[in-house]
Design a protein around this ligand. Sequence first.
Ligand code: BGC
Length: 251
Amino acid sequence: MGKKDANIVLGIDIGGSGIKGALVDVEAGELVEDRYRIPTPQPSKPKKVAKVVKQITDHFSWDGPVGATFPAILRDGVAYSAANVHKKWVGTDGRTLFEERTGLRFELINDADAAGIAEMTYGAGKGRKGTVLMLTLGTGIGSALFYDGVLVPNTELGHLIFKGSDAEHYAAESVRDDKDLSWKKWGKRVGRYLDHVEFLFSPDLIIIGGGVSKKHEKYFRYFDTEAQVVPAEMLNEAGIIGAALVAHRNG
Ligand code: BGC
């Protein structure tokens, strides 16, 4: 590999509906070219997902390290939860599964943690000290908590019990869609959830990520937190970029 190529790492974002791969320039914090997406197999059992991951590494003819995100608690590559993916994932060593299927070295980290790492390194949280909380609003709610730039992994604040159920069943983006809520109604729900999280953690900055962060002007006005709330800067690419960066750092 040439000097320039040493900064290129394959990132893969494994979600409930799509599995997306892209080559990432980890120095610039940018995708080198467009993402390649394959729908997540349904049901999303581990072996089927691993097959798609292999299709992605093959698509890029990749033979270096890979950083992948997954929407669950992950410790040393093993999943400890499965809120929006097949329950068979609980207890599965995803990192070893992907390494054996592809013959490549993998890092596997929680999707919100990966997105948070990217925002703290290149985006909305760059250089920010104190307590920074990134929340991703999508099918579920993901969270990444930082203090002075250091991640506390696997925080799972989408599963705080709020209004009688998991908070993500009350305020995720998917709830807006499913219940056909207006931006105002949904924005107020998210605002109430943020108030609760603020009371518990006193963050200095809250970064809102997920696809819906693009439309922040439609609902941020319903928030009433003391903490500064900003949209993520890297939008849907943050997870891929953060995972690639972790694989690069540990490489
Ligand atoms: C999962 C988290 C994940 C979040 C966003 C939640 O349901 O438990 O691990 O980060 O969804 O995908």
